[in-house]
Design a binder for this molecule. Structure first.
Ligand code: FRU
Length: 308
């Protein structure tokens, strides 16, 4: 008897969970967001933007899970959302390939999927939202060429190589400097998007090369880390530091430009608000675009005050 009661309670629990997921009584719709790593300023900002946008609607229940930069954890997180039968899945995949199959599974199970900022290696999703990372990389390359007067030695600190913005920001940069054969990338390493890794990579570069004219970080934290390394080696003086993200706020890249710690950055919006808007459209049965391109902007000493 006891076992029967426990079994029934367990079943009721599962049922409550499933009902909680949208298809049930009170009309609340569950949006599951699989975040690749919440422990970065830009991702914190993304979570906050999503939460603020979701809060505007009484019938939206946003659930955020953090994969902590771990592909297998993120696969498990998405599997949970599939089991829960969330009404919409939003995902910012840590790396493209390891997350592709599970996102396809969600999509094939009939769950609308919004891919945010980083891409997967498949068309099986509903909408992709993000700024054009190749264009941003190209703008960074053009800025570098301008700032260097067409000639100089560059250290490039990559984002996590298996994540699409890293490859795109690299490809774009190469296009931006293509007309300048005297700009050399003398050292490039994967900094995994992390400030500390950016600092270590720059420390290595500083030890190996007597001349470094510019450090290009695929995001602001890594560019900032490079700046700190150069300062500690007393070599930051004439060096140029370029990042991407341009986050507002005291710790953000725009402030770093205003303070002269970075020379330029490029705004990379998190897309949180847009993602909730698209999710709402999907839930309302509206047609949504396959791709939404967010705006970017160059932030340098002339306009940093506007963006900080
Ligand atoms: C945060 C972050 C941002 C970067 C984006 C690229 O995880 O590294 O700094 O712009 O991801 O996906």
């Amino acid at each position: 008897m006891k076992r029967f009661i426990l079994g029934t309670l367990a079943l009721a629990g599962v049922a409550a969970l499933l009902v909680g997921c949208g298809n049930g009584g009170d009309g609340t719709r569950v949006i599951g967001f699989s975040q690749c790593n919440s422990a970065e300023p830009w991702r914190e900002a993304m979570n906050k933007e999503l939460e603020a946008a979701a809060k505007k609607y009484d019938d939206v229940d946003l659930r955020i899970v953090d994969a902590q930069q771990d592909n297998s954890k993120q696969v498990a997180d998405v599997e949970n959302f599939i089991t829960m039968e969330v009404d919409v899945l939003i995902i910012s995949p840590n790396e493209a390939k390891p997350l592709t199959a599970v996102v396809e599974r969600a999509y094939d199970a009939g769950i609308p999927v919004i891919v945010l900022d980083r891409k997967i290696a498949s068309d099986k999703f509903t909408t992709y939202i993000g700024a054009d990372n190749e264009l941003i990389g190209e703008a960074a390359g053009k800025y570098a060429a301008e700032a260097l007067g067409g000639k100089g030695k560059v250290v490039e600190i990559w984002g996590l190589k298996g994540s699409t913005p890293a490859q795109e920001r690299h490809d774009g940069f190469m296009r931006g400097i293509a007309e300048y054969p005297e700009i050399d990338i003398i050292y490039e390493q994967d900094g995994a998007w992390l400030r500390q890794r950016g600092k270590e990579i720059m420390e290595n570069a500083l030890q190996r090369f007597e001349e470094i004219d510019l450090a290009y970080g695929h995001n602001d934290p890594m560019a900032f880390g490079a700046r700190i390394a150069a300062e500690e080696a007393n070599r930051a003086g004439d060096m140029i530091f370029v990042g991407i993200d341009g986050l507002p706020g005291a710790e953000g890249g725009a402030q770093a430009v205003a303070d002269g710690m970075l020379d330029a950055t490029f705004v990379y919006p998190t897309g949180g608000e847009k993602a909730i808007e698209i999710a709402r459209d999907i839930l309302a049965g509206k047609d949504v675009p396959k791709s939404v391109t967010l705006e970017t902007a160059r932030v340098d000493s002339t306009n940093a005050d506007q963006y900080k």
